[in-house]
Design a binder for this molecule. Sequence first.
Ligand code: ATP
Length: 513
Amino acid sequence: MSEDVFKKIVSHCKEYGFVFQSSEIYDGLSAVYDYGQMGVELKNNIKKYWWDSMVLLNENVVGIDSAIFMHPTIWKASGHVDAFNDPLIDNKDSKKRYRADVLIEDYLAKIDDKINKEVEKAAKRFGESFDEAMYRQTNPRVLENQKKRDEVHARFAKALNDTNLEELRQIILDCEIADPISGTRNWTEVRQFNLMFATEMGSTADGAMKVYLRPETAQGIFVNFLNVQKTGRMKIPFGIAQIGKAFRNEIVARQFIFRMREFEQMEMQFFVRPGEELDWFAKWKEVRMKWHQALGFGSQKYRFHDHDKLAHYANAATDIEFEMPFGFKEVEGIHSRTDFDLSSHEKYSGKKLQYFDPELNKSYTPYVIETSIGVDRMFLSVLSAAYAEEVLEDGETRVVLRLPSALAPIKLGVLPLVKKDGLPEKAREIIDALKFDFKCQYDEKDSIGKRYRRQDAIGTPYCVTVDHQSLEDNTVTIRYRDSMEQERVAIDKLSDIISDKVSMKNLLKTIGS
Ligand code: ATP
């Protein structure tokens, strides 16, 4: 896939009511987006898939919904006031701003690409007898690139860990990284930039308080840890899940809904006994990967990426990356956060946040495993994987979203062959009977072929056409999105044929058994 496909996906999102630029009639607001009539359905289905997988499939995971505004000291305690920074760098010619770390990561990814291409070429040349490991260990060009990569990578990891901004700049200069827009290497210094949005609460007369828009939902869970544990009589190990908006004043915001300034997160904090956290970390890695793969896009589209720089709170961290049209990118983070957050809130609030473990007969501060996924990035990954352009037998092309049925915004398109002779009424009857089970859409405009195309473009897995025969024998033609096959079925069988296939339940069963 390429940037070209990415552009098509972005315009498809707009054309079919999935995603609009925010404030479009005022020329937009950068890195802020609105979800349209199709987008909101897909987004809600993604959220439901996540929520149910957490709170239905795990007896010991419960949900909350905490406020976006929180006491400002929370962000001191969490480390966000002092350390939630990105290193930024400007190109003096294009006047564009970049994240210094991202420039270097992209450079490393390019070397990886080069190496992989070399290996692929050789694999083709040598055919069956190709020994990839041997080739990687001996081919001079591969070795040279690998050495260069390892050196830069080591310097980069160290610079990040030491927060050494000069060294980050030096790496950019030494690697001769150029601005993709101006093509020049005329860089400013690297500076730290705090990503939190601040505003004021209360009128100035009573002394306004500086508050932040939360940059993550997790802290709302930590500060409610004891409330939930006590009122829910929860026993460790247990988890608290939350879905909600988060805000970050991102420096670089040029990748559609991949990096937004207002976005939504689905986070789960799992509280465990100290010392058991790495086992739980491994367990949640597996559970979360299974959740992604159950969507059926193919396991080669996902990979784990362990962090080079552990956040100040973590003792293990990995990302689940998905192959977006612009390369493998983080969709979800899984972090072993130790007891950092609860201990820190204890310190700053002066309130005890400990758990009495009846089995061990002692109190302790629990350790935490976090799974944190962005709804919008998940949305983008689903759309990228589902989007397909196909050339049909008659030479026409169709654009189809091969969405998993449980996530599709509309499950059934109901199409009367003509707008008269009682066919629209019959179609409405079908919708009235099925609307309690799943979302249907009525469409009577244009030819049947065009209507099928419109449903394909929004990912509707099933369409039925109501014709004159339907009035006589109560049957319709059902048409399947992926195979485009059609067959005649009884109207009163529709619920049986479709309900099961589009239900969230069946998707959940594939991961929850
Ligand atoms: P990145 O390195 O891409 O900035 P991050 O490591 O800061 O991301 P986390 O703090 O781990 O991200 O946040 C958890 C998840 O929230 C991410 O995996 C991503 O899906 C989502 N997320 C984070 N920032 C954004 C954003 N600006 N826009 C959309 N989603 C985001």
